[in-house]
Design a protein around this ligand. Structure first.
Ligand code: SF4
Length: 582
């Protein structure tokens, strides 16, 4: 009922991809595995380890066909040069304009149909459901959720809608449970719903169900790269060769990866916001620690590059102690840098798109822009952002760091505008435009636009414009033999988009959409049959299993709890230090 109301109210809005097209899109992604690649469990190399250790081991899910298909289709790619990237401009006064079809597709959902917003609000309220969504959601979904959050805050001190990074999603879900939500919809990929459920469970809300947007498996190329035999072999070798090994695993991995890894090498989870602090702290407490960083190869290599750049920039002991960590100096930093072992074969299909051509265009045509880059992006793009960050013209870090940086620069500009006006300066008549290269998944734009609009409105700015530039790579273009797929934004416009989720958009994240969310709410309201409701729950692959006699869920949760301890206490937990040294 509610779902159809929302669908009807959105008639006339062009969807990024219609459901039938999405279905064909996924067939394209996984032609050899067919629906199975996206629809359900398949075997994983990790299963062998668990099966060997647990009498009740079950087959584990690890579809990796998407990654291999995506990464290895050179014959489908064609050469294309991009001189001008698509962009969204938040004009003085807050209005939006878009340049290029890809940006137009992103922009059309920034001001959503309010009838759809109200219908979704009604169904979520009736279902007593909270929603936690990742920044990389479909732009249509993000537009509606952002407006819905504003609507809820008009009548309440808190909202049951949160758009955040993967770690904060769990905290937001706990807060919603504390405030009375009886179910949570988690919009992201499967490792995120798994993490959210684990964090809720550890906070006393194991009884509150977490529902995923689809009954199908929602993969992640990065998470799946850690679910291979090669990853375990790398860990085992590291453990055998190093007395004090610590595995620092990126949060974008499954609970299963965390559990199995933790059984081989003591493991702590990190996010892109705290990875640097984590390894600095660990090495300050265990000077000879061998850091095994995985699975994101680009992120690991970027960390090593950062340390090298700092050393090459001749930071002295005092500056290192003040800016990085009080117990580090040049000698310890060099030792730490040389003690980092990065897993060589893991990356995210989206961030992989920021290749040479994009880098050249950024260098040649966007010298005046601020450059932002997620820690997961390939080296050259990262290098540009890092060089710019040293002169405060860019930032490298997490999604939250990027949002904070852009908001900070816009705030500074409006402050300067106000100072100039109060000093009686004569307006030049020209607007001032701040330009930002968005070096991460394009879904971030919804939160960025909202933040910039809020800053401009609060300051009553008249002259500050903000341009968010999407550095779209021609490497993302793949040949397609299906005419129907021409509706995927950007393909016809030749802006480097691909049917496999190019345009710096994640095909896995885009398995979440507005219809799917309203369907979940409807499912809860109608108390659908148990089998259907169960199919939307996060993966439960570890329940009831043991590794080396230890409960696998406990073993997989430990790296997350250790990270939380570090974030709270600014020190490594004693139990982890003991495990590293034992
Ligand atoms: S953007 Fe998509 S593929 Fe990349 S890490 Fe996130 S979920 Fe995985």
């Amino acid at each position: 009922m509610f779902a159809s109301a929302i669908r009807n109210s959105r008639l006339g809005i062009r969807r990024l991809t219609t459901k039938p097209v999405q279905n064909r899109l996924y067939q394209h992604l996984a032609p050899t595995a067919g629906a199975a690649a996206c629809a359900g469990p398949s075997s994983s190399p990790l299963a062998a380890r668990l099966e060997a250790r647990s009498a009740s081991a079950a087959r584990l899910s690890s579809p990796s066909i998407i990654q291999s298909r995506f990464m290895s289709s050179p014959s489908a790619a064609y050469s294309q040069t991009v001189d001008v990237f698509p962009s969204i401009v938040i004009e003085a006064g807050g209005n939006i304009s878009a340049q290029g079809p890809f940006a137009e597709a992103q922009a059309q959902f920034l001001e959503p149909d309010m009838e759809a917003v109200h219908s979704l609000n009604e169904s979520l309220t009736k279902a007593n459901m909270g929603v936690v969504a990742h920044y990389y959601m479909d732009v249509e979904l993000q537009g509606i959720l952002t407006s819905l959050k504003i609507e809820q805050l008009k009548t309440s001190d808190s909202s049951r809608i949160a758009i955040a990074d993967s770690l904060k999603m769990g905290d937001d879900a706990v807060k919603m449970c504390e405030e009375g939500a009886t179910s949570i919809a988690c919009l992201g990929v499967d490792f995120m719903s798994e993490s959210v459920a684990t964090i809720m469970s550890r906070n006393g809300y194991a009884h509150i169900p977490v529902y995923r947007a689809t009954a199908r498996h929602i993969g992640c190329s990065l998470a799946e790269s850690a679910e291979k035999d090669a990853y375990q072999a790398w860990l085992q070798k590291g453990r055998a060769e190093n007395k004090n090994a610590l595995h620092v695993v990126y949060i974008n991995t499954s609970l299963e990866t965390k559990a199995v890894s933790n059984s081989i090498v003591p493991t702590i989870t990190c996010t892109s916001s705290n990875v640097m602090a984590t390894i600095l702290q660990a090495s300050s407490e265990v000077p000879d620690v061998k850091i095994m960083y995985g699975p994101d190869t680009y992120m690991g290599e970027n960390l090593v590059t950062m340390f090298t750049s700092i050393l090459n920039a001749n930071w002295d002991d005092d500056k290192i102690a003040k800016a990085l960590h009080p117990k580090h100096n040049r000698a310890t930093l060099e030792k730490l840098r040389d003690n980092i072992d990065v897993y060589p074969n893991g990356n995210c299909v989206v961030h992989h798109m920021f290749g040479n051509e994009v880098v050249n265009t950024v260098k040649n045509n966007y010298d005046d822009a601020f450059v932002t880059a997620h820690l997961e992006v390939p080296g050259e793009m990262f290098q540009i952002a890092m060089e710019k960050s040293l002169v405060d013209k860019g930032v490298v870090g997490s999604t939250s760091d990027i949002l904070k940086f852009i908001s900070g620069k816009v705030s500074l500009a409006v402050e300067e505008e106000a100072a100039s006006a109060s000093a009686g300066a004569t307006p030049s008549g020209d607007n001032r435009r701040l330009k930002f290269i968005l070096g991460t998944e394009a879904g971030m734009v919804t939160s960025i636009v909202k933040s910039v609009q809020d800053i401009l409105a609060a300051a009553g700015s008249k002259t500050i414009e903000t341009e968010i530039v999407f550095p779209v790579s021609s490497e993302a273009v793949m040949g397609v033999d299906d005419d129907d797929l021409a509706v995927v934004p950007g393909v016809a416009g030749g802006e480097g988009c691909s049917t496999a989720g190019g345009c710096a958009t994640c095909p896995f994240m885009k398995m979440n959409d507005v219809d799917a969310l309203s369907d979940i709410a409807e499912m809860v309201i109608e108390n659908s049959d148990e089998k259907k409701m169960k199919s939307h729950l996060p993966p439960q692959r570890l329940i009831g299993k043991k590794i080396d006699g230890i409960d696998a869920v406990d073993l997989g949760s430990e790296p997350i709890l250790w990270m939380r301890h570090f974030m709270k206490e600014s020190a490594m937990p004693k139990s982890l230090i003991q495990k590293i040294s034992s």
